[in-house]
Design a protein around this ligand. Structure first.
Ligand SMILES: *Cc1c(COP(=O)(O)O)cnc(C)c1O
Length: 393
């Protein structure tokens, strides 16, 4: 079956079968091509490949069949024309920044993005005189006010980490396009199983495949998804020259991760939803942040934009940092780690880990309280997760 035929199937089917091709061995599972280079039948064939006259593999920094299968499958799931796999989520975001921005351009970025994304714009793009304005994810007026004639990109993550704020993607896409900018959406928290930003108007989706796409915390990888012409003109030459390419082994793990993505996301959401409601009823919990709760400020927007509320939640406990740490240290089963999107439930204290590089004022401005705890809800029995938390509550 060729690539275009998979477009006629629904996501659950695409995530299992799209992008697969079989070698002459007629293997059933996706083949893993651990090879750095490819041989040519003749000097003339080598010349034709190198000149670009003939399509085909040359070297795995440029292309690899296992990586290509992953790219085709993820492109279909995101509803994009083309996907380029990268060595990590940060490699995907850096590839965008280094290819879609020129010296003296300007970026408007949500304040609630992954810490290294903030550092990329603040410490690295600034060296090319690319200025970035950080705004509140949910305040449309702030986005509007930040746009300048030299603005080229709007960048956001939704839901945000750790407070699960929701951006209005169609509205921000409109703002971007009215100002000749591109809207980039980091879709790590939802994955295409819950949200398709391209269908909502975004121009490019970026992923850290390290999280839910792998789903079991094994490999680091990322991806850029969007229009074929844009990706092949701007990002592909950068990948080939600068080399932040995905390892074939990791692509093979991610291909297998995608097969169970929709099932896993459904189960993560069910567990997180149950846990959020349970936490809301605990006397020692003062506030729960989860888009599936009616108390969430963007509950309705989340319901409209996402198939379900996601697998990550956070909450504030009474008693500040001391109480938060006591809760974390009292757990026996859940893992104390900042990683997320794993079958294993993870717990972290954002103020002293993921957000510790911010000043106290910046944390206050971003709403990261000392009493805040974040949980990436795994697929264990929900009663066992609750019992583990109850020890310290
Ligand atoms: C982890 C993460 C990244 C970075 O991905 P890596 O694979 O760790 O480089 C980017 N965005 C979000 C939302 C993340 O959670």
């Amino acid at each position: 079956m060729n690539e275009s035929d998979w477009g006629n199937y629904l996501p659950e089917t695409q995530s299992i079968r799209a992008g697969q091709f079989r070698t002459a061995e007629q293997e059933h599972s996706d083949p893993l091509f651990l090879t750095s280079s490819y041989i040519f039948g003749s000097a003339a064939e080598a010349a034709a490949r190198f000149s670009g006259k003939e399509a085909g593999n040359i070297y795995s920094r440029f292309s690899n069949p296992t990586v290509r299968a992953f790219e085709e499958r993820l492109a279909l799931l995101e509803g994009g024309e083309r996907c380029i796999a990268t060595a990590s989520g940060m490699a995907a975001i850096a590839s965008i920044a280094y290819t879609l921005l020129n010296a003296d351009d300007h970026v408007v970025c949500s304040r609630s993005v992954f810490g290294n994304t903030t550092l990329l714009f603040k410490n690295f793009m600034s060296r090319f005189n690319v200025d970035t304005t950080f705004v509140s994810l949910t305040d449309q007026a702030e986005w509007e006010a930040a746009i300048r004639p030299e603005t080229k990109l709007l960048f956001l993550e939704t839901p945000s980490n750790p407070l699960t704020e929701i951006a209005d993607i169609p509205r921000l896409a409109q703002l971007a396009h009215d100002n000749n900018c591109l809207l980039i959406v980091d879709n790590v928290f939802c994955t295409p199983a819950l949200q398709q930003p391209l269908a909502l108007g975004a121009d490019i989706v970026v992923h850290s495949a390290t999280k839910y796409i792998d789903g079991q915390g094994r490999c680091v990888g990322g991806a850029v998804v969007g229009k074929q012409a844009l990706l092949e003109e701007k990002i592909l030459p950068f990948m080939k020259t600068c080399g932040p390419s995905m390892s074939p082994f990791n692509a093979w793990v991610f291909l297998n991760g995608l097969e169970t993505l929709s099932l896993r996301m459904k189960a993560h959401c069910e567990n997180a939803n149950a846990l959020a409601h349970w936490l809301e009823a605990q006397p020692s919990v003062s506030k729960v942040y989860y888009p599936g709760l009616e108390s969430h400020p963007q509950f309705e927007l989340a319901a409209k934009q996402q198939k379900a509320a996601g697998g990550v939640l956070s909450f504030e406990v009474k008693g500040g940092q001391e109480a938060a740490w006591r809760l974390i240290d009292a757990t026996k089963m859940v893992s104390i780690t900042a990683n997320l999107g794993d079958t294993k439930t993870t717990i972290t204290h954002p103020a002293t880990t993921t957000h510790s590089k911010l000043t106290a004022e910046e944390r206050a401005e971003s709403g990261i309280a000392d009493s805040l705890v974040r949980i990436s809800v795994g697929l264990e029995n929900n009663g066992d997760i609750q019992a583990d938390l109850l020890r310290g509550l």
